[in-house]
Design a protein around this ligand. Structure first.
Ligand SMILES: C[S@@+](CC[C@H](N)C(=O)[O-])C[C@H]1O[C@@H](n2cnc3c(N)ncnc32)[C@H](O)[C@@H]1O
Length: 300
């Protein structure tokens, strides 16, 4: 897919400078419009939905654009992993999901931790522009931005004649008030605790000194390996004496699914990530392989 960046494979950080990034581009109309109008600039779209990624890709091809790159992952991790500090000029967030429920506030793309990581990646006086119909989200974002003490903050009520995004059309058609919030980076943000993951160059397979495995102790079960590192095994496949386990790992909230292979070699087993699974190689995944290996020896 031309322009598509696979967060698991690409060399990091990306070398781009002065990028314009849209978070949650949805149908991609706005990103395609600004990229078509500014062919000398490089744009980057971030989305967590595959449906949106496919819609954008079709529009990039239709419009013959070669100045849009895009990636499917949670915005926090895209900024954390992919972008150099001070490499982004503008971040656009149109109609972010408001996540009304208290228990879902953690999912807002304008929460403090996200604004902190966005701020680090912005050039001096770079800006974040949030457009929303949701006054609570606006207030929340202003509060989170103030806590970082690095932005000037400006809010305006908008009079929009021509809607530019799908959600803009929807909210205008039912007469909602629309707000723009502009955060301009005045200095580096004060440091706060953030979620982190560490990539490793390679993962080492784990040798398990047993001929017989009782994988029932692992399958359909969830494990807390340590604070922030969780493992869930769903179904499994068996071929001769080898197994493949459908594995989900949450490492400080970064989710990865892959197949774990248990391969019989003479009088021992090897635990490894399947060569058919693309993953981001991290310290957490290595810990998971060790955990699976040690669980298998414990149960002989
Ligand atoms: C309400 S829609 C708005 C779409 C578009 N900007 C518009 O105005 O029509 C919010 C979009 O943000 C995306 N999104 C939500 N949380 C995200 C996250 N953490 N990282 C990346 N994209 C996210 C959703 O998949 C969805 O497409």
């Amino acid at each position: 897919m031309q322009g598509y960046i696979d967060i698991r494979r690409i060399e990091k950080p990306l070398r781009f400078e002065n990028l314009i990034v849209e978070i949650g581009f949805g149908s991609g109309d706005y990103l395609v419009k600004i990229a078509s109008e500014n062919k000398d600039r490089v744009f980057f779209g971030v989305e967590k939905s595959w449906i949106s990624i496919n819609k954008l890709y079709k529009k990039i091809i239709q419009n013959k654009l070669n100045n849009i790159f895009f990636c499917r992952a949670d915005a926090y991790w895209v900024f954390y992993l992919l972008f150099k500090d001070q490499s982004i000029e503008k971040i656009i967030i149109n109609y972010p999901d408001p996540w009304f429920k208290k228990s879902h506030i953690e999912r807002r793309v304008t929460k403090r931790e996200n604004l902190y990581i966005y701020a680090r990646k912005l050039v001096p006086f770079g800006e974040i522009k949030v457009r929303t119909d949701d006054y609570q989200l606006l207030e929340f974002t202003v509060k989170e931005a103030l806590a970082l003490r690095c932005f000037s903050i400006n809010t305006t009520k908008l009079e929009i004649v021509e809607p530019e995004t799908k959600y803009e059309k929807k909210w205008l058609s039912i007469g909602k008030t629309i707000y723009d919030l502009v955060l301009i980076k005045q200095k580096e943000p004060e440091s706060i605790d953030i979620k982190e993951i560490r990539e490793v160059e390679r993962l080492f397979p784990i040798k398990v000194p047993t001929k017989d495995l009782n994988i029932n102790k692992l399958i359909y079960k969830e494990f807390k390996i340590r604070e922030g590192l969780y493992l869930k095994i769903f179904s499994f496949w068996e071929k001769g004496s080898d197994y493949a386990l459908e594995t989900l790992v949450s490492e400080n909230g970064f989710l990865q699914t892959f197949l774990t292979i248990l391969k019989r070699k003479n009088d021992y087993y090897i635990v490894d990530v399947s060569p058919f699974s693309e993953i981001l190689k991290t310290e957490g995944i290595q810990e998971v392989l060790k955990f699976i290996g040690s669980s298998l020896t414990e149960i002989i």
